[in-house]
Every structure is written in structure tokens, then in C-alpha cells.
Design a protein. Structure first.
Length: 261
């Protein structure tokens, strides 16, 4: 069984054929999916998808791109929404100094509320980090010292130093279809070093379709392509890769129920 640890299925891209998309994922062996909330204002549509399908879960949070939407977000609000049985993680949140769609102050304030909510609930923090390696590593070290919380760096594209410092703090990592891109040699070299028991895979659909689907709409069934390239990179069998990444997902997201194969 495979898990797609990061999907965005509530968007208009799947309005017409969501049933078929989910059916293709099941046929490809994707037993569990985590539908990610990128704005608290969109939490309801995200949750509706999780409630509609078995073994589909949801997160609650506001992406750094959208931090300007509610910079004064309270951890208590996230904690309340996270009590729904289908909500298994806090985020996506983090820092993005590449696009800077939100100001740095708003991003930090937003991120802090999510960290506090993860620490309080024990639900894993789903972190997005782009062009913010040093700031992210510094903040994670400071916050973990105040009190630990489970966390994941999703769609990992950071450098070697962030990978090492985050791994030392016990974080999990998720790799996306970027791993299959021709020009991703640097990422593949880093991925080789990531902790073997704290590694999962995702599509981040509808974006970032893996090769040979690059440029098209992505969907959860394609997560098997990420598994293939990860297997090759790590020297694992396909079955071993599926088992390891699935085990890692359920170890971190312990509120999710593992389907009986
Ligand atoms: Zn992201």
C-alpha cells in the first residue's frame, strides 16, 4: 500500500472528475491520502472531501503564501478545528521567501500560531519551506528547545544543512514528483542522505506532476512514480519503498487509522 501524504483535491481542477481521480488512486494502490488545507477560510471544503471518502484525511492551517489573509490567527482556533476526527495534522504552514506573497512578519506570526497548536495538540506540523533554509532551521531549533512537537518538511527542496539540522531535531521529510525531474540532481543527492525511517512521499497534486506527466494536472495515482525513483535512489525494492514510506506516514500521523490490507 502507498500513501499520498499531500494532496489538494478540493480545488476546481477536480470539480468534474473527483470520483474517477480517487478511483484511479485506489487502483494504483494508494490506500490513504491527506487533503491539505491552505487557508483556514477554506477548511470546510477541504474537510468535505475527507468526509466523503474513506481513508481520506484533512489538515487545518494557512499556507505562508496566504498568511496575509489572517496574520492574527490564533492557535486556539486551529486547536478547536483540529478536534474533528478526520483532521490529523496542523498546516500547511511555514516560511516562503521565494515568492514573498505575504510579508515576513505575517509569515512568522502565522507560523508561530501553528507551532503552538501542534505542540498543544500533539498533531504533526506540516511545514512548507522555500528559500528560508537558515531561518527555518534556526526557528525549529529554538521552538523545539521550548517544547517538542511532531513535524514534517513537505515537498523537500531545501539544502543539505536544513536537512541535517531538521533530521537532528527528529523531523520527518516528504519527497514529491520533483525527485523525478531531470535537473533535480542536487535534490537526489540530498534525498539519499535523508533518514530512512522518516521519509514519506506525496504528489502535492494538482501541481508538480512527476515525469513523464510533467506539465499536466497531477493526481494521487502518480505517487507511485515518486516511489519508483526513491526506490532506485535508495537501493530499495519497490515493495520495501511502499512499506517504509507508509510506515513513516502512520508513525507520524498517528491519529490516522491504517487500513487493513
Ligand atoms: Zn507547500
Amino acid at each position: 500500500m502507498l500513501v499520498d501524504s499531500h494532496v489538494n483535491l478540493h480545488g476546481e481542477q477536480y470539480e468534474d472528475d473527483l470520483e474517477e481521480v480517487v478511483a484511479r488512486a485506489r487502483a494504483a494502490g494508494v490506500g490513504t491520502m491527506l487533503n491539505i488545507c491552505c487557508k483556514v477560510s477554506e477548511f470546510t471544503p477541504v474537510l468535505v472531501i475527507a468526509e466523503r471518502f474513506e481513508n481520506m484525511y484533512a489538515s487545518v492551517g494557512t499556507h505562508p503564501h496566504e498568511a496575509h489573509e489572517n496574520p492574527d490567527i490564533k492557535s486556539s482556533e486551529l486547536i478547536t478545528l483540529s478536534q474533528h476526527p478526520k483532521v490529523i495534522g496542523i498546516g500547511e504552514t511555514g516560511l516562503d521567501f521565494h515568492y514573498n506573497y505575504s510579508g515576513r512578519d505575517d509569515q512568522y506570526a502565522n507560523f508561530q500560531a501553528h507551532i503552538d497548536a501542534a505542540r498543544e495538540t500533539g498533531l504533526p506540523l506540516i511545514i512548507h519551506s522555500r528559500n528560508a533554509d537558515v531561518e527555518m532551521a534556526d526557528l525549529l531549533e529554538t521552538e523545539m528547545a521550548k517544547g517538542e512537537f511532531p513535524a514534517l518538511l513537505h515537498c523537500y527542496t531545501g539544502g543539505e544543512e536544513l536537512a541535517r539540522r531538521a533530521a537532528d531535531l527528529g523531523l520527518y521529510f516528504s519527497l514529491s514528483g520533483i525527485l523525478t525531474f531531470k535537473k533535480a540532481d542536487e535534490l537526489r543527492a540530498i534525498a539519499k542522505q535523508l533518514p530512512e525511517d522518516r521519509l514519506m512521499i506525496e504528489t502535492d497534486c494538482p501541481y508538480l506532476a512527476p515525469m513523464p506527466y510533467r506539465g499536466r494536472r497531477n493526481e494521487p495515482a502518480y505517487v507511485s512514480r515518486v516511489a519508483e525513483d526513491l526506490a532506485q535512489l535508495k537501493g530499495w525494492s519497490i515493495e520495501d519503498t511502499h512499506n517504509r514510506t507508509t510506515d513513516a506516514f502512520f508513525r507520524l500521523f498517528s491519529k490516522a487509522k491504517r487500513p487493513i490490507a
